[in-house]
Design a protein around this ligand. Structure first.
Ligand code: NDP
Ligand code: 8X3
Length: 250
């Protein structure tokens, strides 16, 4: 496949697994994240199969985002696939005791960051009337669960932005779709619980959670469909998970 994908949040979890899956399809990669050394290691590994370029920026920093994407080298400047994956939850507290810094981080990263990257990439897709945007939402963007308040709001925003992008980019022939996972064992809970590894681990105990590779495999399927097929919205759960609050644990 002679295509180039830009993946945000490629240093771990779903984004990293997606980069690996895309490399197996021969898709050239622009891998993004704040941890440059981690990106460099992944670049060395994946360059055995495809061309890989690194962009290290914080999606909250508008200037960094636009400069990085505007200054892409010629052979990476035509982006066919954008995977808006960077994001995290920060905290799990009732609204009355929630931490405002946590709220702002989720709004700035999960919503505004996704918008900055999209705004930087979409014009060249629109000009070529070709492109594919995959927004990583969440079951939390479809349902609200106790203490999930602002994280859930940020992912409901991703759901709305996904639908809005599909409407607005329809005349440009750009495919837009969302993949909304349930519980996936990644660094997600470690970030949510601010490095508390034990608490993070307990989220995935007593059942078989999704692995990042499970979601990456689905994203691979989504991008390898013929161009007239747009998978618009997928909810993917571990079998043990019925909804946001019901998980069949041993
Ligand atoms: P991880 O914590 O493993 O990965 C998050 C990625 O986002 C990292 O690569 C991180 O890179 C990047 N990121 C975080 N903050 C920033 C920032 N400010 N600027 C740039 N990059 C950033 O979690 P997941 O793989 O699980 O999460 C990926 C996506 O999947 C998120 O949008 C998440 O909300 C969503 N999701 C996850 C689920 C789960 O259960 N794990 C379920 C449903 C959805 P770095 O730290 O190097 O910047
Ligand atoms: C991540 C899944 O249920 O922790 O979006 O919100 S959940």
């Amino acid at each position: 496949m002679n295509k180039t994908a830009l993946i945000t949040g490629a240093t771990s979890g779903i984004g990293k697994a997606t980069a690996i899956a895309f490399s197996e399809e021969g898709i050239n990669l622009i891998i993004c994240g704040r941890r440059k050394e981690t990106l460099e290691k992944l670049q060395t590994e994946l360059e055995k199969k495809v061309k890989v370029h690194i962009l290290s920026f914080d999606v909250r920093n508008k200037k960094e985002v636009f400069e990085a994407i505007e200054e892409l080298p010629e052979n990476f400047s035509k982006i066919d696939i954008l995977v808006n994956n960077a994001g995290n939850a920060h905290g799990l507290d009732p609204i009355q005791s929630g931490n405002i810094d946590d709220w702002e981080a989720m709004i700035d990263i999960n919503i505004k960051g996704l918008l900055y990257v999209s705004k930087a990439v979409i014009p060249q897709m629109a000009e070529r009337k070709q492109g594919h945007i995959i927004n990583i939402g969440s079951i939390a963007g479809k349902e609200v669960y106790p203490n999930g308040n602002v994280y859930s709001a940020s992912k409901h925003a991703v759901d709305a932005i996904n639908k809005g992008m599909r409407i607005d980019l329809n005349q440009q022939g750009i495919r837009v779709g969302a993949v909304n996972p349930g519980l996936v064992e990644t660094e997600f809970s470690e970030v949510r619980f601010k490095g508390d590894k034990e608490r993070a681990k307990s989220v995935y105990e007593g059942f078989d959670p999704l692995k990042p590779e499970d979601i990456a495999d689905i994203i691979r399927f989504v991008v390898t469909r013929p161009y007239h097929v747009n998978i618009a919205d997928l909810l993917v759960l571990p079998t043990a998970q019925a909804n946001s609050t019901i998980v069949n644990k041993e």
